[in-house]
Design a protein around this ligand. Structure first.
Ligand code: NAP
Length: 466
């Protein structure tokens, strides 16, 4: 630290904040940092990928173009002169966290929860068993998606079981049940559209380990299943008979009562030849995945929900045949080397967004988004969450707990000296333009470039054109 260590931030020497993760949580945090007049701040918004937007790009299903349009609003923050997008930089790999911290006055961790939670049952690793995170990454064109693994699991599939009744499970079920014509206009990479068009899924069964009153999907997403061009939704009326405690819960929770109304509207549907059967089944928990060299089914145990809302096994077993099982039981945060992440919850210990090390707040370190609160909530929830964290940061700056360190080298120069290849805003614009141009060749608004190499080639091509 230099002589300026205790200097308050000023116009010439703003507080420099690195936000690690350019998904919605990071962008909302950057926005809250710059849209205030009390503390002059400059933000480096760092991402491991050459592209911004996190789960808005690689999580929101491509058949939800209106939800994806939130990119336009988020982009306004990227365009702000006090925000610098620094993509293609993996903190902990391209620069150790400790050294990043030397180059800035504060860090806000917003890198999300990137990996799947496990079921912890036999057969989970069989071919034909996919984590929803793998399938979603693939259909969204994430550069790290394991294309061969997902496409091998999809090949020739006729019947699918999706484990979990959250919104991600519905995304997975819906994408699998969509017709090729429905998916054609989306931003999915062409190989994804081709693979899905070649897959003749006849049956998708979504299973919840508890009842419909405990399902975490939201009504809009549920209702959409009933609007699919080539699928018929089926429910067992017996699953919708609730005990008095669940009825009471349903009456108090609008999402639950609306979900039940939608589900009850589907009772009596009959399967139609040539249409995919999309069945929602409750009170079934997976016990093991069956098969020797590939999944052939899921053994499930019937459950009952106890007074505390927990699933209790009844001992009654049943087999659901499946040649693909997608486990959609939530996301988990990854540790970043040098940052304390609770193994069990996959979140960073914090209070009001202030990161704790050894039981105490660590000055200049903050967290927001899923790595702070766990993988829940829709995109908009991150706004409030980021504001809470930024309020803590601003209070710490105002009270002298973090201060401008004085002149240290520019972060981007340092990264280049270390051999990294940072992607800045104009580079991202080049990628953006290349995706729009690629989409236009097939009459689409955009096609996602899914390989790191093609993303970087778009950057280099624009640089060569000057
Ligand atoms: P989620 O809503 O937490 O759903 C996870 C599901 O997995 C629950 O049904 C849970 O059941 C089940 N589960 C967990 N462990 C299990 C086990 N061992 N065996 C069987 N089932 C198990 O999470 P998510 O679907 O991954 O979504 C993450 C967040 O993103 C949510 O907040 C979601 O709303 C949001 N999201 C929103 C949209 C949208 O707005 N369109 C789209 C995608 C995601 P229990 O409840 O019994 O634990």
């Amino acid at each position: 630290m230099t002589d300026d260590a205790s200097a308050p931030p000023s116009g010439n020497h703003p507080l420099r904040v690195a936000v690690v993760g350019a998904g919605p949580a990071g962008i909302y945090a950057a926005d809250a940092l710059i849209r205030q007049d009390d503390v002059p701040i400059a933000v480096d918004l760092i991402d491991r990928l050459p592209t911004p937007f996190g789960l808005v790009r690689h999580g929101i299903a491509p058949d939800h173009p209106k939800m994806r349009a939130i990119r336009d609003t988020l982009h306004r923050t990227l365009d702000h002169p006090r925000v610098r997008f620094v993509g293609n930089v993996d903190v902990g790999v391209d620069i150790p966290l400790e050294e990043l911290r030397q180059h800035v006055d504060a860090v806000v961790y917003t890198y999300g929860a990137a990996i799947d939670r496990h079921l912890g049952i036999d057969g989970e690793e069989l071919p034909g068993s996919l984590a929803a995170t793998e399938f979603v990454a693939w259909y969204c064109g994430h550069p790290d998606a394991d294309r061969a693994h997902v496409e091998a699991a999809l090949a020739g599939v006729r019947s699918v079981v999706v484990v979990g009744v959250g919104n991600v499970a519905l995304d997975v079920a819906r994408v699998l049940a969509r017709t090729a014509d429905e998916l054609e206009p989306t931003e999915m990479p062409q190989h994804v559209l081709d693979a899905l068009a070649a897959t003749t899924v006849e049956e998708v069964t979504v299973i919840g380990r508890r009842g419909p009153a405990q399902a975490t999907f939201t009504t809009q997403e549920l209702r959409e299943l009933g609007e699919l061009a080539g699928a018929t939704v089926l429910v067992d009326p017996a699953d919708l008979e609730l005990d008095p405690a669940a009825e009471e819960h349903a009456a108090l929770d609008r999402n639950v009562s609306r979900n039940l109304a939608v589900l009850r509207g589907w009772v009596g549907h009959i399967p139609e030849p040539g249409r995919t059967r999309l069945t929602l089944r409750f009170y079934r928990r997976p016990v093991r995945l069956l098969g020797t060299d590939r999944v052939t089914g899921v053994e499930v145990e019937r459950t009952a929900v106890d007074a505390d809302g927990r699933a209790m096994g009844t001992g009654e077993l049943e087999v659901l045949p499946a040649d693909l099982v997608v486990r959609s039981v939530g996301y988990r945060g990854l540790p970043l080397p040098g940052l304390p992440v609770d193994e069990r919850s996959g979140t960073v210990p914090h209070e009001l967004g202030r990161v704790f090390r050894d039981g105490r707040p660590s000055p200049g370190e903050y967290a927001a988004g899923w790595i702070k609160r766990g993988p829940s909530g829709v995109v908009g929830h991150n706004k409030h969450d980021a504001r809470e964290t930024v309020a803590s940061l601003l209070a710490d700056a105002a009270e002298g707990r973090i201060a401008v360190r004085g002149p240290v080298g520019d972060l981007v120069e340092e990264l280049i000296n270390r051999g990294a290849d940072p992607v800045l805003l104009d580079d991202w614009r080049a990628i953006d333009a290349a995706e729009v141009a690629l989409g236009a060749t097939r009459g689409r608004a955009r096609t996602t470039l899914h390989e790191r190499e093609s993303l970087m080639a778009a950057v280099r091509a624009a640089a060569a054109r000057g």
